[in-house]
Write a protein that binds this ligand. Sequence first.
Ligand code: AHR
Length: 870
Amino acid sequence: MRNIFLPVFITVLLFVLPTKKGLYANEPDSVYLFAYGEENGSGLYFAWSNDQLSWHTIGHHHTFLKSDYGRWGSQKRMYNPFLYHAPDGQWHCTWSLNQEDGAVAHTVSADLVYWQPQSYPVLMPGGNCLYPEIVYDAQKKGFHIIWQSDKPTQGLFKSFTNDFRHFSPATRPEKHPDNRSELTIGGATKKGTVHHLSWEVIDRLISAQRLAAFKQLQNSERVAMNPDRFSEPITVAITPDRQRKKTISDLLIGIFYEDINYAADGGLYAELLQNRGFEYALSDKEGRDKYWNSRYAWSSTHADAFTIDTLSPIHPNNPHYAVLEIEDKGVALINEGFSGIPVKAGEKYDLSLFARSPEKRRGPVKVRLTGKNGESYGETTTARVGTGWKKMKAVITATGTTSEASIELIPQQTGRVELDMISLFPQKTFKGRKNGMRADLAETLADLKPRFMRFPGGCVAHGDGIGNIYRWENTIGPLEARKPQRNLWGYHQSFGLGYFEYFQFCDDIGAEPIPVVAAGVPCQNSAHHGCEIGGQQGGIPMEEMGAYIRSILNLIEYANGDAKSEWGRKRAEAGHPEPFNLKYIGVGNEDLISDIFRERFRMIHDAIRKQYPEVTVIGTAGPFSEGSDYIEGWNLATEMGLELVDEHYYQPPGWYLNNQDFYDRYDRSKATVYLGEYAAHVPGRHNNLETALCEALHLINVERNGDIVVMTSYAPLLAKEGFTQWNPDLIYFNNSEVKPTVGYHVQKLFGNHAGNEYLPSLILLSDSREDIRKRIATSFVTDAETGDLIIKLANLLPVAVSSTIDLSDMEIMKGEAANLTVMSGQPDDKTTIPVESTLSISETMDYELPAFSLSVIRIKRERYRADDMN
Ligand code: AHR
């Protein structure tokens, strides 16, 4: 593609030119529209015709509506869509979801372009709803939905509704309306509905399709496309304007922590043994792995000697435990850790386990760290096992270094020995916390200087179905009493890293804690798991909402309550009598803004508002930067007067290049933004200098809008090599190494060089072509604490750019060198790191921005006083 500008220009013209009269002269007044679906369930398509003989598709395979039901990938299908034009002018669309569920889908649109969030009413409990149709009943002023079913009974059924929210029980209709037509579109037969309507509607659909195609074209732009168009030297003159300074958020850079990619067990949580409580279950992986059960990661020198029992556990929340039946001494129970246990010579490891034995002659348990070839990396022996469950502790000092040890537990007796909650923890955790965080990973996070930490997700927060919603109370208290559960990313959550540990970690790194709780609905990508319907439609039943809301209020009391309060006492007992000073709570995570969501969100919000008015409730605006959840999420926030809304979007480089005014357009009188999840995604989904520079560009644009965007967090944060469900991530790691990505360094630069005042600047380019202009960005902020002026300069061009920066009005400290940090390289570099140096500065400073670079210049200022910029 030598030059993308001509096609872009032509496409733009096509949008700009259409007037009310339409795209071309001599268009018909009215035409026919055919609305149809594809057999693969991919969505709703349109074609138009003058004569009902020749049909013209609108866009090449352009879907105007897609199903939101169920999981991404395997589900979200639209079968046999039926479009109905109601007497009030609204367009209703219904479709079948699959062969299994007794629900149909429904949504409504005023213009066939913007569709309201979908609903999935259950019309046929225990059955299915195939080929749904809508028929208007003028007498009853409402609609009949008529469908076919082949379970539990075969036949035709109908249900009446006035509002598509409440439906009458299914009855048998007299006849099948059969209002679908069969037509040949593009050489293939399609079933759908034909409508006679004004050309204006078609015109609008064509424009909408072209706008979508234009956005796609913009999104496909890459940073390094057609480098030879930038062969002329480029210079830029930059003048910051002190007079127009504005206060910006001092919380801009934070971290998004979710237990995805083994971020918790096997990751940040420093526990070295896997499946320590024997609670892994087939259901964690929905039965896909027959080895993923209570025995996972465990083995024995004598396979027959090792079984699992549940008869009388330490705690009902932790029902499984290991049993060894030992005939001859020497039988060992072995744990392999998370693909090996890493130990370092000379370091100490805390061993703990629960054990009991019904035998008269009971002995201690010998515990040994063993290498691949049977060599020992240290050992210890516990006290003598008792007859009842007893927690035993010991310390092992590693005698060598390896990342591949396993642990052997060898009871020094014969007969039955029962073991549970077998744990090995490095004493060197982050800040030496017991049950704490892996030091190197935690330090890497702390180095970002995050101003806040969001937890526990992401999708993990609202779970895969109601039963999988993250319940914070299950994650506090003694480890053996915590209630583990399936992680929707396809593994297990022991909850050793729970709410207390999250709060404490936030405290330790100086970050505001931002817990996110489900808004009474699970993830909108939930599968059905035997429930009547899947997806978010299934909210917590109303009769259980009171208890659910109570639990959220308890969480706030746990964080902020007096140590004598019911929940504050539990925090104090865990070792933190002082409150955690919780200021924010997220309710919901990129949910479908359905009626079910709205009702529950409002209830939770109102309850928090009433009892804890000082805590800010963060709303949610869908998984994308546009579309119905984004729009309705924002509408709801505005209607309810929310202070803060959580936005999520993962976009290609072209989006970041072409949407730099995204937040400049935001209404300052409405809620502020928490950009809770974002990242630049390229094909192959890796993290490189191109993605990192796009994220830097976005953060520069965010700083300019730091009055309305108050927090941002890249997502996801952590990924364990070999255990990853999502790419790209900010930090990769294995058992012994931490591998920050290029994107990490960008976050760190912004986190370490944040400001709280923004100074707009005038940028004069030697060539103001749009493709040049959008590849150069700058931001000036000052930091109240140090008084420093911080200049960030991004150059996404393949050539260096000479800049002249006018600092004459900035009261810079003359003769004092500035600190310069630069990241530069080729767009596909995956290992670029920041390089630090010093830079001599003057009132008119020349600085060359390297090709493909981010530069951060930190300058000390003269006569600095906290308010000296006034
Ligand atoms: O960041 C990974 C996932 O992306 C989050 O869990 C979810 O909120 C989003 O879809």
